[in-house]
Design a protein around this ligand. Structure first.
Ligand code: ATP
Ligand code: MG
Length: 524
């Protein structure tokens, strides 16, 4: 046994368990690759204060082989960082901070590159430039899965038209699908939640391969442009320190080991949010730990006491200005630009807290209009402005929508299912740390605090749509009644003619008078 024990590198683990990262079938792999690239592109632009322009290109090379390119106008990547970013799993700038961004794990793009390598043997190609005065670099690199280390195949300087930005190209085994899970639908959903970004998308053209084989010209592939509706970037978010309520014992112990603070009291005060000097003193005293103790010498028992005391201490909620919502107005504008409907409502809730992490819920609703034709609900789920495409059934958002009583809002709602009707629901959760159910970041975990906030947002929109539906119904009822009365006015006149012996002229007069009365009642 002993001789068979050995280390497993993260990349070996995820190569075997690629489904955990969203690479479980060819069409999903294609979409996940694009998602990872676009997430990073938008994050990089926003962090650098650049209004994002992102280009997504898919080229079909063979039946099941594609080349995907994602290009941004972001800050670029310094040369020394490129190999690790793209050739090493669990390497990134976002994991160790509490700040709202699309990426958080440091796996995304290197996993996509690894999947490409495993399925096609081709390296990832990166073109990046950090400024006008700098040269652009072109890299070709692969991940050494055994060691979880990058291997650079080539590294050259090249000319590039862009002043700054990054272009990533990955070749992979994939499948191109239309419909709800298509790349185009995905890009459209990104643009809804990112009204400040312009996205361009060029998909593979259907006739292209056959045409090329026949020796013909390849047709120009169509470019879809999703224009931004504002040039204003989302409010810059700040990094926050962990809130003591959300810190588990093990993490607390690790923080004591890692801290630069000289004693426990200053550690509590400096490394956590919402702990003043007075409160830090109170915690130490309550736990029976001397405030002057060196954090690195705190024993497990002491840490346990401190942890317990923290839970019993009244603390202010974490600061919430670290979250940048889309906002009710922009969400409304984006919805109106994208969907044809009779009625729209949007709600941005105030920030709340789960496990010590601030989060915020936004809900958008569109009803009726062109959607009436297919009469089935669309539920768009988002986390930190990223559309979630899979695992709908496992997501807290779905649960909250199902649990809401839509009948009270004049909509059809089969028990235990989504409501039915010409309805589009959009739910966005923004947080410094989104609790996903797995590494592939497809569904949000069922925290009661989160479900509650989503339901409150849905209810607010529900009440607005109910008012609209009722008004519409009243209008329709009235129209029906009028049509009915209109139809019978001539009959009434004929009746009167027979009973009272009116002549033709008097009968016509009755019809005109009654029609007049009906007409006037409409104006009231
Ligand atoms: N287009 C880009 N421009 C600038 N920096 C980038 C770009 N793409 C990636 N990076 C940097 O590379 C790091 C690693 O990216 P990667 O997608 O692997 O992880 P992540 O975005 O941090 O987290 P996640 O796994 O949740 O996506 C990022 O944290 C970011 O600092
Ligand atoms: Mg990423």
């Amino acid at each position: 046994m002993a001789s068979k024990q050995r280390d497993i590198s993260v990349s070996e683990f995820f190569a075997k368990n690629r489904h955990l990262l969203g690479f479980d079938n060819p069409s999903k792999a294609l979409l996940t690759t694009i998602k990872e690239g676009v997430d990073n592109a938008l994050d990089a632009c926003e962090e650098a204060g650049i209004v994002p322009e992102v280009l997504v290109e898919i080229e079909q090379l063979e039946d099941t082989r594609f080349r995907v390119a994602i290009e941004d106008n972001g800050p670029g990547i310094v040369r020394g960082q490129v190999p690790k970013i793209f050739g090493r799993l669990l390497y990134g700038s976002k994991f160790h901070r509490l700040r709202q961004s699309r990426g958080q794990q440091g796996i995304g793009i290197s996993a996509a590159g690894m999947y490409g390598l495993l399925t096609t043997g081709k390296p990832v190609r990166i073109l990046t430039r950090t400024g006008k005065k700098k040269q652009a670099h072109r890299f070709e690199l692969v991940i050494d899965t055994k060691k979880n280390e990058p291997k650079v195949r080539s590294d050259t300087t090249v000319d590039w038209k862009a002043d700054h930005g990054t272009r990533v190209e990955i070749e992979l085994e994939g499948a191109y699908r239309g419909g709800r899970h298509s790349v185009e639908a995905y890009v459209r959903q990104i643009s809804l939640a990112n009204p400040h970004a312009t996205l361009r998308y060029r998909g593979p053209s259907a006739g292209r391969k056959a045409n090329a084989e026949a020796g013909g010209d390849t047709p120009e592939r169509e470019l879809h442009v999703f224009e931004r509706v504002t040039r204003e970037l989302p409010a810059e978010t700040t990094e926050i320190k962990p809130h003591p309520y959300g810190v588990e014992l093990g993490v607390l112990m690790q923080m004591f080991r890692d801290t630069r603070a000289r004693n426990v009291k200053t550690c509590l005060q400096g490394d956590f949010a919402r702990v003043s000097s007075r409160v830090a003193g109170e915690i130490c005293e309550g736990a029976g730990v001397a405030p002057t103790r060196r954090p690195s010498e705190i024993t497990r028992e002491e840490a346990d006491k401190l942890h317990k005391k923290i839970q019993r201490t009244k603390l202010m909620n974490p600061p919430t200005d670290c979250i940048a919502p889309i906002g009710e107005d922009l969400l409304l504008r984006a919805l109106k630009a994208e969907v044809e409907a009779d009625f729209f409502a949007t709600v941005t809730r105030r920030p709340a807290v789960y496990r010590g992490n601030p989060f915020l819920v936004e809900v958008g609703l569109a009803y009726g209009g062109a959607m009436t034709a297919d009469d089935s609900i669309s539920l768009y789920r988002y986390a930190n402005r990223v559309p979630l495409q899979y695992q709908q059934g496992a997501c807290a958002i779905t649960r909250a929508v199902t649990q809401t009583d839509w009948k009270a809002y004049q909509l059809q709602h089969p028990r235990g299912a989504l409501p039915v009707g010409p309805l589009l629901l959009l739910v966005h959760i923004a947080s410094v740390w989104v609790p996903f159910t797995s590494e592939s970041k497809e569904a949000i975990a069922n925290y009661p605090e989160i479900i509650k906030e989503i339901r409150l947002g849905l209810q607010e929109c529900g009440r607005q749509v109910a008012t609209h539906v009722r008004k519409r119904r009243r209008e329709a009822d009235e129209l029906k009644k009028r049509a009915y009365i209109e139809k019978y006015i001539p009959q009434v006149a004929i009746g009167l003619q027979e009973i009272l012996g009116f002549d033709e002229r008097e009968r016509t007069k009755v019809v005109t008078r009654l029609s007049d009365v009906l007409e006037r009642s409409r104006k009231m």
